[in-house]
Design a protein around this ligand. Structure first.
Ligand code: BYC
Ligand code: FE
Ligand code: FE
Length: 472
């Protein structure tokens, strides 16, 4: 079951050829996808040959195969992790029952909504990153961008397969809509706010893959717990690819931090802009922005949607099966932040309605670990500067804090005060212009832009100097 059939038009490990109707429907969607990739995908890249990894097997061992590929020829396909024999629903009202191989009729619209929301983010990210290839800091980094892009394209395929295979006509309609909404489009934007924000420079790209792809990690892990087995198996395989996206983000920001710290030490000043580096204080602004918009991706602190998804057995908690409780949560409480008399305090609500907040907490802890590692790079360079995550109330657009204003420490402030400080807390247009001005394209193998340190090693045993992308 786990071997992937590459002789077919749509590579897959779901025996697609045995379901002619489904196969025909997906083969009809395929040219629409390729048209979208051509129009909205990586700009000016269709003739480049890229050292890409492609899945050949979904098992943990050696699923990847590396080859020079032109991106439009990449074999996007449908890969599910292997079926777990005798898998049971692990939480909610159906806990202990066999997982569903078909959509449970009474939960159809909730399930479709989760799959559509998940699917929508994948092409959105490709659209957001569309022009970055034109300003890459190295040949190595250009490859990383393209690798991430083709895999996000495949993640769209993963959700589109579920829509086509399990939701009939309205599933097919939703699959078409995935290619019609566009990031930042005034009339037809992407569903979640952070996926409508432009990603115009490489510092933003690395922040995106650190912070925003990490939302992907946490959401996919929760969906991998789903009682709807095809969704669980899709997400389990997607997670193996996601790990690489977060590596690109963490090591990317890490290398910028390393270079900035190095320049700061060398010139004995934090103001390294005129030496061609990005000041650490500016990196902090990018963190403030990206972390806060990504916190919104977890939804409201108190959410009946999330409670329903959980009780229905559609979406679990992060690492649900490692948590020691009854997995029903009908009598449990959970602390969520609340605003009382001008102060952020913690108050207890039902654990069921606090599912989103719990996931946001898990996410924040994971982000903090990365920030700690970046700080060790700064310490090693003997520079006196510390990066931090802003308070969870800062710059929020969803939930309890959306209608109030807070500083980076979480103190309630007036709208005027926020407006007056916004440009010192988050990237302003001058900062963005400056960062963009540093981003002159470097593609010659082995060369690297001056604002970032080289990677510590190459890809798949190749040297850093290897020509990962051959430009034509
Ligand atoms: N923007 O009850 P609530 C990835 C809406 S990233 C706009 O708290 P819920 C990737 C909400 O729809 C992972 N609207 O909502 C990363 C609701 O609307 P209605 C993506 C928002 O449903 C990088 C209302 O507010 N996957 O894979 O519990 C590159 C009430 O909110 C937002 C998923 O998100 C927002 N941020 O939670 C590539 C998993 N937040 O009902 C890929 C699937 C909330 O009042 N999605 N609203 O009309 C979900 O699990 C849930 O939809 C959410 C929202 C957690 C996102
Ligand atoms: Fe993805
Ligand atoms: Fe990703």
């Amino acid at each position: 079951m786990s071997t992937i059939d590459y002789s077919e038009k749509i590579p897959n490990n779901v025996n697609l050829s045995e379901d002619r109707r489904l196969q025909r429907a997906l083969e009809k969607w395929q040219p629409a996808f390729l048209g979208w990739w051509d129009q909205m995908g990586p700009e000016g890249s269709s003739n480049h040959e890229v050292f890409l990894r492609t899945a050949i097997d979904v098992s943990a061992k050696g699923w990847a195969h590396f080859d020079m590929v032109k991106m439009p020829d990449y074999r996007w396909g449908i890969f599910l992790a292997d079926k777990e024999e005798d898998r049971k629903i692990g939480f909610g009202n159906h806990k202990g029952q066999d997982v569903w191989q078909e959509v449970p009729g009474e939960y159809r619209s909730e399930l479709r909504r989760l799959i559509v929301t998940q699917g929508d983010t994948e092409p959105a990210s490709v659209e957001q990153q569309r022009y970055l290839g034109l300003s890459c800091p190295s040949n190595y980094d250009l490859r990383s961008l393209f690798q991430v892009n083709v895999e996000e394209g495949r993640h769209l395929w993963a959700m589109v397969y579920l829509l086509h295979a399990y939701f009939g006509r309205d599933g097919r309609e939703e699959a078409e809509e995935m290619l019609l909404r566009h990031s930042g489009d005034v009339d037809k934007p992407r569903i979640l706010e952070a996926f409508n924000v432009p990603t115009e420079d490489w510092l933003s790209f690395f922040m995106f893959t650190f912070f925003q792809d990490r939302d992907g990690k946490f959401q996919l892990t929760s969906l991998a717990e789903s009682g709807f087995d095809p969704l669980s198996r899709s997400c389990r395989f997607m997670l193996t690819e996601e790990a690489h996206h977060m590596f690109v983000g963490e090591s990317g920001v890490g290398r910028v931090v390393e270079r900035s710290a190095q320049l700061s030490a060398e010139h004995d000043t934090l103001e390294i802009g005129r030496h061609g580096g990005i000041p650490l204080a500016m990196i902090q602004k990018w963190i403030n922005f990206h972390f806060s918009i990504c916190l919104d991706l977890f939804g409201q602190e108190k959410s009946t949607n999330a409670a329903n998804f959980y009780s229905m057995g559609l979406k679990g908690r992060y690492n649900e099966n490692k948590i020691e409780d009854d997995h029903l949560l009908n009598n449990d409480g959970f602390l969520v932040p609340d605003l009382q008399n001008g102060k952020v305090i913690m108050s207890e609500i039902s654990a069921l309605t606090a599912i989103n907040e719990r996931l946001r907490n898990d996410y924040r802890d994971d982000c903090q670990k990365g920030v700690d590692r970046w700080n060790r790079i700064i310490e090693k360079a003997n520079v006196d500067f510390k990066l931090t995550l802003p308070h969870i109330a800062f710059n929020r657009n969803i939930g309890t804090f959306q209608d109030s204003n807070f500083d980076l420490e979480g103190n309630l402030i007036s709208a005027e005060e926020f407006a007056a400080n916004k440009d010192t807390w988050m990237p302003n247009s001058k900062d963005r212009e400056f960062v963009k001005s540093l981003m002159q394209r470097v593609v010659e193998p082995g060369k690297i832009a001056g604002w970032i340190a080289p990677p510590s090693r190459g890809i798949q045993g190749k040297d850093i100097e290897y020509e990962y992308v051959i430009l034509h």
